[in-house]
Design a protein around this ligand. Sequence first.
Ligand SMILES: Cc1cc2nc3c(=O)[nH]c(=O)nc-3n(C[C@H](O)[C@H](O)[C@H](O)COP(=O)(O)OP(=O)(O)OC[C@H]3O[C@@H](n4cnc5c(N)ncnc54)[C@H](O)[C@@H]3O)c2cc1C
Length: 188
Amino acid sequence: MLAVYAFCRRARALGAEFLFGSTVTGLEISRGAVSAVRTGDSVFPCGAFVNCAGSSARSIGAMAGLDLAVQPDMHEAGVTEPVKRFLGPMVVDMRRAPGSANYYFYQHDTGQVVFCITPDPPLLGESTAETSGFLLLAEAGRWFLGESVSGRRGEEMRMRAHRWLADQGVQNPARLAHMVAPGFRKNL
Ligand SMILES: Cc1cc2nc3c(=O)[nH]c(=O)nc-3n(C[C@H](O)[C@H](O)[C@H](O)COP(=O)(O)OP(=O)(O)OC[C@H]3O[C@@H](n4cnc5c(N)ncnc54)[C@H](O)[C@@H]3O)c2cc1C
């Protein structure tokens, strides 16, 4: 992150301009090359155009009539609230297991636990919607947190988790929450 800010500052110092929040919606082509970039109502004529849209590079290429071999492969990640340090090394498990090609987790210096799973079979596409692999764990955690927090706030947390679990067809949300997050046993 710090490196990205450093690049941004240096580029500005050298005369670059950043238009954060602008979406490229079209490209104008002249003599086989991109001659202008459209972002909504604005048009930016250009002598050169660089497609660095990451997982969206194929969509941008399509605006120029190109079929680029860029195939996004979704992973799913999560970041917890900061908690007291308990985890030293980064843990990476490369073994294939049902639903997972591999996963890792570690604790950031500022306390948050960061984790990521590579789904198996792969989920191809540009969607950024949750695949629910971690949602069950998150909602189970919310359920138990709700039990630990007194008053209306705790009740709201539990009701939110209950609704989500019930919407997934879970018959006994409290029991399932206990199964996926057994360390939080309380009032079951
Ligand atoms: C949760 C997570 C963890 C990761 N961990 C690691 C790691 O530990 N190590 C590692 O090496 N890599 C990691 N990666 C991968 C790494 O982040 C990417 O490979 C890298 O960011 C790709 O850089 P990029 O510049 O090609 O694309 P990106 O960083 O994706 O940048 C593309 C940019 O294009 C913009 N864009 C897309 N479409 C448009 C449009 N129509 N108009 C305007 N702008 C548009 C996007 O908003 C984005 O800002 C991780 C990725 C994620 C999501």
